[in-house]
Design a protein around this ligand. Structure first.
Ligand SMILES: [Zn+2]
Length: 83
């Protein structure tokens, strides 16, 4: 993906958090954050998937020059267990 600001190639990676990755309009205490199904102002950036060992992660593209991160929060296909 190219940076929408400077148009250089971006680096692919992940944003991780222990209990899911969410966007919301205003900051709030972590203990008050409910999953999007219960709180319509919360948007899950990783489809609400959280694993005990890996936490929640969202795919993200980074531009070090512009200091920007782009996140695609569309649901991703579930990888096959055998792969
Ligand atoms: Zn850039």
């Amino acid at each position: 993906m190219n940076c929408p600001f400077c148009e250089r190639e971006m680096e692919f990676g992940y944003i991780q958090n222990r209990d899911g990755v969410y966007w919301m309009r205003s900051k709030r205490a972590i203990s008050t954050i409910m999953p999007p199904k219960r709180d319509r102002e919360v948007v899950s950036l990783n489809d609400g998937k959280v694993s005990y060992f890996a936490g929640g992660s969202a795919e993200a593209w980074l531009c070090r020059k512009c200091k920007k991160v782009v996140v695609d929060y569309a649901p991703k296909p579930v990888p096959d267990e055998d792969e």
